[in-house]
Design a protein around this ligand. Structure first.
Ligand SMILES: O=C(O)CCC(=O)C(=O)O
Ligand SMILES: [Fe+2]
Length: 339
């Protein structure tokens, strides 16, 4: 990069500012979807309940790329009971709260960006965390630990008994990524038809469900990266442009410690906005925001705890996950690859 480009790299400037250890960065301007008194300053729009349900409580189709044009498509009372019941069952199975409890936001300055403030139940979060640490790193999925090490993550005898699973915590702490479906090629950044394993049914169901609720009825989850962040990990500014269909949204689900997430525009000269992403939060990058530069300059250890105190408290095997999550963040990043 030459000097001139560097001058214009506002993304990098802001990234460095938030990455700094001493003195610690000022976090007072970080967009926090839990602080409604500052929404006006930040350009945060809370989508009204109409976005998700009509007066009957049924789902609406939404034009998710533009926060001003949500439309209601209630097909009538008959549909309502059936569909609402079905939807609530789906929510429960997927570890999600009922849709009426979801809190949805957009940003004035970033069309297509949608934020769902933790729609998961405590038990739901635990289910997805278990999937990310125990199921998804297994063959035929690919991890940074390489194929041969895959099975080393798990104590052998426990592989056959997922009910009382225990993982080898030393190896789990070395996990940085797992790829699912069409495997992201970290070198060429090109997806290929023959580097593909079956996309896990569980994550497919979750992504398709959330996509449908937000009005992306055609979304097909085909590739995912599970990112495992240690408290000192960062993720540099980038765009996700390897997918062949860039009109399809990208869904990101986060668990564990908090990320300070930066998202800017389609060039690094655009100064990015800082946003807190906490455990359970869902980020959708669609429309113009799909190709926006983004990154994670800092993981922030939460003081509040992660919100699953009551859930599974008498299940002693949860302790190993709980210990891991005191210093880690997990992010499931789901994409459609093909048009
Ligand atoms: O960890 C995150 O929130 C973002 C991850 C990401 O940008 C990616 O996997 O491409
Ligand atoms: Fe990304």
């Amino acid at each position: 990069m030459n000097v001139r480009e560097n001058d214009c790299d506002l993304f990098k400037t802001v990234f460095k500012q938030y990455k700094r250890k001493a003195p610690p960065p000022d976090l007072s301007n970080v967009i926090d979807f839990e602080k409604s008194q500052k929404f006006r300053d930040w350009g945060v729009v809370k989508c009204d309940d109409e976005y998700l349900s009509c007066e009957h409580g049924c789902l609406t189709g939404a034009t998710s790329t533009n926060s001003n044009t949500y439309s209601t498509n209630c097909p009538g009372p008959n549909f309502v009971t059936q569909e609402v019941e079905k939807t609530n069952t789906n929510c429960k199975n997927l570890g999600l709260k009922p849709i009426v409890e979801w809190r949805l936001f957009t940003l004035n300055t970033l069309p297509g960006f949608i934020f769902i403030s933790n729609p998961f139940t405590p038990e739901g979060q635990q289910m997805w965390i278990r999937n990310c640490l125990l199921k998804y790193p297994m063959k035929p999925n690919i991890t940074n630990l390489g194929e041969s090490t895959n099975s080393d993550i798990f104590d052998d005898h426990l592989l056959t008994n997922l009910g009382t699973e225990k993982f080898n915590i030393l190896n789990v702490k070395k996990l940085r990524w797992t790829t699912l479906g069409y495997h992201h090629n970290w070198d060429t950044k090109v997806y290929s038809r023959d580097m593909c394993s079956p996309f896990p049914e569980s994550l497919k169901n979750l992504s398709v469900f959330v996509a449908r609720i937000l009005g992306f009825g055609n979304f097909q989850p085909e590739a995912a990266i599970i990112n495992y962040y240690h408290k000192d990990s960062t993720l540099g500014g980038h765009t996700d442009h390897s997918e062949f269909d860039l009109s399809a949204p990208l869904f990101s689900f986060s668990f564990g410690q908090t990320a300070l997430f930066l998202i800017g525009g389609n060039s690094k000269a655009v100064s990015p906005m800082p946003i807190f992403i906490r455990s359970g939060d869902v980020v959708v990058m669609s429309g113009a925001s799909r190709l926006a530069y983004h990154g994670v300059p800092k993981i922030i250890l939460t003081e509040k705890g992660l919100g699953w105190k009551s859930a599974e408290s008498n299940n002693s095997d949860w302790k190993q996950y709980d210990d891991y999550l005191k210093n880690y963040r997990i992010n499931m990043n789901v994409r459609q690859v093909w048009p």
